[in-house]
Design a protein around this ligand. Structure first.
Ligand SMILES: *[C@@H]1O[C@H](CO)[C@@H](O)[C@H](O)[C@H]1NC(C)=O
Ligand SMILES: *[C@@H]1O[C@H](CO)[C@@H](O)[C@H](O)[C@H]1NC(C)=O
Length: 351
């Protein structure tokens, strides 16, 4: 390539980075941005210097590229969602927690220390091997999964996910499905959790277990959608507590994750949800970086299906029932897609 071409390309790219309101920090989209830059300058598109139009066209371009990789009828499909009008940067700051991996990293060390002193996670493991693994399994059909919630602009996915797991475990143990208080976690959790500004599933579980925190019913501490002061009414109490939990990586051992899911119950998982901005449904197999450093969201895994050509997890999100498949996503099993196996928590409750 001639130096002039190189220089011109570099200029176009750097102009693009400066002038166009698209956040390029996440690794996954850098390639898309480059490709689009090349495309726009190659065809000398009229919107080259119109940031707003450029942003819109880029969004459509990304969606087209993602849909092009669809290999079967079941593959994920992308299009306009509730979040499609946001720039990637806005989406990241509104719906996701870009600092989740740093929190998770801190907790990874903490977990390791915990595990070396604590034989309890082994007990969970022993229970795991008792039952055969069916080709598909869905805890929703057992009546132990509460309806999908909407976290809105409160970045407390970690609280939503842990409470969802507590609800499922109480239902499994006691045959009573009740909603518990997410707001109590948002307002009260210590241990490095900061309400709507972020937190981590495993540090919340540590806090709940170490402090034997009574988890109130939803009706005693209803959700407000913002962070506030901890207002636990002393007249209200609950016998429900986190008795024990595991927080493990299942990268390269997703078989064991399936086993935990079937033999223990729904689990909480940290994920990279960056490409979910335009997710409409189907099984996510590509375009979802699994690196630990990309974790930015937390979800509940409630089941899986390995009876078809593309085995997948059934994943409950907290972006309301209109998102994806009635509030759920399907994520392919086996390759740590979206980083789903990086940090997975299984919970035991005391009732
Ligand atoms: C690119 O398009 C602009 C108008 O949009 C035109 O003025 C310019 O000459 C074009 N450049 C090339 C190299 O075709
Ligand atoms: C457990 O079940 C009993 C009997 O149905 C019920 O009274 C109690 O409230 C349940 N406990 C919880 C925590 O749901």
């Amino acid at each position: 390539m001639e130096w002039k071409t190189v220089a011109a390309t570099a200029l176009v790219i750097s102009l693009g980075f400066l002038a166009i309101p698209i956040k390029v920090a996440p690794d996954t989209s850098v390639e898309d941005v480059r490709l689009f830059e090349t495309y726009v300058s190659y065809y000398n598109k009229s919107y080259r210097h119109d940031p707003e139009e450029y942003g819109r066209k880029f969004g459509r371009f990304q969606i087209e590229r993602m849909n092009r990789l669809r290999s079967t009828q079941e593959s994920a499909y992308y299009g306009l969602t509730e979040f499609s009008d946001l720039s990637e940067e806005e989406f990241l700051s509104l719906a996701l927690r870009p600092d989740l991996s740093a929190r998770g990293e801190r907790h990874r060390n903490d977990c390791h220390r915990r595990r070396t002193h604590d034989p309890l996670p082994e007990r969970l493991n022993r229970v795991k091997r008792l039952i055969d693994i069916p080709p598909k399994f869905d805890w929703r059909t057992k009546g132990v999964v509460t309806p999908v919630r909407a976290q809105g602009s409160c970045g407390a996915c970690w609280a939503y996910t842990v409470v969802a797991c507590v609800e499922s475990m109480v239902a499994i143990k006691n045959s009573t499905l009740r909603s518990f208080s997410v707001q109590e976690m948002i307002d009260c959790a210590g241990n490095g959790n900061f309400g709507c500004n972020g937190g981590d599933i495993c540090s919340l579980l540590s806090w709940l277990e170490d402090n034997e925190v009574p988890i109130l019913p939803e009706s005693d501490y209803p959700v407000t959608g913002t962070s506030g002061t901890c207002l636990v009414d002393r007249s209200k109490t609950s016998t429900v507590r986190v008795g024990d939990f595991t927080c493990d990586s299942y990268v390269d051992s997703e078989e064991e994750l399936i086993s935990t899911l079937v033999n223990h119950g729904p689990v909480a998982a940290a994920v990279n949800a960056l490409t979910w901005q335009n997710y409409l449904g189907g099984i996510i197999q590509y375009h979802c970086d699994g690196a630990f450093s990309m974790l930015n969201h937390a979800v509940q895994i409630v089941g899986y299906d390995r009876s078809g050509p593309t085995p997948f997890y059934i994943v409950r999100n907290s972006w309301g029932p209109l998102f994806g498949n009635k509030g759920y996503l399907y994520i392919a099993i086996g390759k740590n897609i979206c980083g789903i196996a990086n940090q997975v928590a299984a919970v035991d409750v005391i009732i």
